[in-house]
Design a protein around this ligand. Structure first.
Ligand code: 9WO
Length: 229
């Protein structure tokens, strides 16, 4: 699977993609991430990508021309398997279900907004989808793009050593079933500062442990995420 990222901060992604699952997926040839500097599609001396908002108001808006030019030069032809996604706080909510759907795409191009926003014609006439990773204001779409790529990369067949382990993460439907959170985890020592690990996890009875984990997942989901129950 290939991701293109369109950004004014290409250096931003050196960190997030240089570790762990995403790094290994790239090294294994299962994932390709190509980062494009939006300023490469400007034509003036200052490499201008922003301008003042029509109607007045604070701040600047990302101009449409470099964004359209970039997408049309990265992909002279559009079509199925080539999906353009605008990351913005106004987008539809990204979740594990959206990640599953996106993981079946061949190639995605993620546009990262900056300044006070992106000219609306990008959302209306260039992007196939507008996605938000949550109800908070970020400084730009770059962090959101990194979140989307990390989440989707884990779902590409072969990326996780254990083909089933993605299915047991929080929110993935197949773990304890019912769309619960992941169960809590403990490791050694069995007692830390007087806090003991639940006895049942130490007794080696795997059916009892399975039951305990399911109950613990239900209890924690109800307490922290009643919206999921
Ligand atoms: C400003 C604002 C003001 C009042 C009420 C809501 C508001 N939302 C924003 C806002 O989202 N500003 C953007 C921040 C302007 C363009 C750059 N920003 C941004 C956020 N780019 N991408 C995101 C984002 C946020 C969440 N998920 C994906 C992308």
């Amino acid at each position: 699977m290939t991701f293109h990222i369109l950004t004014i901060f290409p250096e931003f992604f050196a960190g997030p993609f240089a570790h762990g699952v995403v790094k290994r997926a790239c090294a294994a040839g299962l994932l390709e991430i190509r980062i494009h500097n939006l300023r490469d599609w400007t034509h003036d001396r200052h490499r201008t990508v922003d301008d003042r908002p029509f109607g007045g108001g604070e701040g600047m808006v990302l101009k449409p021309e470099p964004v359209f030019d970039a997408v049309e030069s990265i992909w002279p032809e559009r079509g199925p398997g080539r999906k353009v996604i605008l990351l913005s706080a106004q987008g539809r909510m990204f979740d594990q279900g959206v990640a599953n759907r996106l993981s079946r795409e061949e190639t995605l191009l993620l546009i990262c907004g900056r300044y006070e926003g992106v000219d609306e014609r990008v959302a209306e006439h260039l992007a196939d989808e507008e996605l938000s990773i949550g109800n908070y204001v970020l400084s730009g779409g770059e962090l959101a793009a990194a979140v989307v790529i990390d989440t989707v990369a884990r779902l590409i067949p072969g990326v996780l050593g254990n083909e089933t382990s993605a299915a047991f993460d929080s929110f993935q439907e197949t773990g304890h079933g019912e769309g619960l959170l992941d169960c809590p985890h403990w490791t050694r020592p069995a007692e830390f500062r007087g806090w003991k690990v639940p006895e049942v996890l130490l007794n080696g009875n795997h059916e009892e442990i399975r039951q305990f984990r399911k109950g613990a997942a239900r209890e924690k989901t109800a307490r922290l995420r009643p919206d999921l129950v």
